[in-house]
Design a binder for this molecule. Structure first.
Ligand code: B12
Length: 226
């Protein structure tokens, strides 16, 4: 019988130490032991937070952040993980346009959110990273989504998120789309400042909220024009 608690601790430590081989090997092992994939992401996130702290203290450098990102990405793309996120809904729940705002190239949290939405049966148009307000606007006009989701891991993205929402207002589109913003640093004050409808510091909380919005809108989670 394997000691799962010890395995989980070791996994966070391996990520912190940027030990690629052992992180991936152990991630596979804990999945085989039946750990919830969402919980595995939380463990990986804990390791990333420690990496971030080491970077803050100047013990780690940008190359170390890159390495941490690569390790997380490989775990996210393990077969067991992609199987877990594969959609089980045969009807389209709703349509979402999403992306990381201009000035920010972090995409792991955004991608986790996307996988969760896809698993819920959303039709997702992911615009990628470093997306300008003009591109967001163009795609809202083009796709007429139910929801616009903005990611911005850097604290400096708050102003850009506000500008995206302002662009929607100027184009008279704000009332036609719900806006959710997501990142660790977001707060109620930031939400108010930006003018979005909701914020989440956790992708799974955000994805659940989007599903609730759709259920409230049409009672069945299926949009008429999808
Ligand atoms: C890996 C990493 C990188 C990688 C990113 C690789 C990639 N493909 O994403 C690279 C090397 C590119 C990078 C670059 C930089 N980084 Co960096 N990076 C990190 C690190 C270590 C982990 C980020 C991560 O992937 N975490 C795991 C994922 C799952 O977490 P997440 O993205 O935050 O997502 C969670 C939530 O935010 C939320 N979420 C995210 N998006 C969305 C969207 C929606 C709609 C919802 C609902 C939820 C949601 O859900 C997720 C959890 O469930 C963090 C440290 C940390 N504490 O996070 C620093 C960190 C974010 N980086 C930081 C910095 C400073 C930088 C650089 C400026 C460094 C530099 N000098 O160049 C550049 C910025 C480049 C740019 N223009 O964007 C700082 C930011 C500080 C700040 N105050 O803004 C951090 C916090 C490190 C630190 N402590 O200093 N980085």
């Amino acid at each position: 019988m394997k000691d799962l608690t010890k395995m989980k601790e070791s996994l966070v430590n391996y990520v912190e130490e940027l030990d690629e081989d052992n992180s991936i090997k152990l991630a596979k092992e804990v999945l085989n032991e039946g750990i919830d994939p969402i919980y595995l992401l939380d463990l990986m996130n804990e390791g990333m937070k420690r990496v971030g702290k080491l970077y803050d203290c100047k013990d780690y450098y940008i190359a170390d952040l890159i390495m941490a990102g690569l390790i997380f990405r490989q775990v996210l793309e393990l077969e067991e993980m992609t199987d877990f996120f594969r959609g089980t809904y045969d009807k389209k729940t709703g349509k979402i346009v999403m992306g990381t705002v201009k000035g920010d190239i972090h995409d792991i949290g955004k991608d986790i959110f996307r996988y969760m939405l896809e698993a819920y049966g959303f039709d997702v148009i992911d615009l990628g990273v470093d997306v300008s307000r003009e591109i967001f606007l163009k795609n809202v006009e083009k796709h007429n989504p139910d929801i616009l989701a903005l990611s911005g891991v850097l604290t400096s993205t708050v102003d850009e998120m506000k500008e995206v929402v302002n662009s929607l207002k100027e184009a008279h589109l704000r009332d036609r789309v719900k806006v959710i913003i997501g990142a660790n640093h977001l707060t109620h004050d930031a939400l108010k400042f930006i003018g979005a409808d909701a914020f989440a510091t956790d992708a799974s909380v955000g994805a659940k909220l989007c599903r609730e919005w759709m259920n409230a809108e049409n009672g069945q989670g299926v949009k008429g024009n999808v």
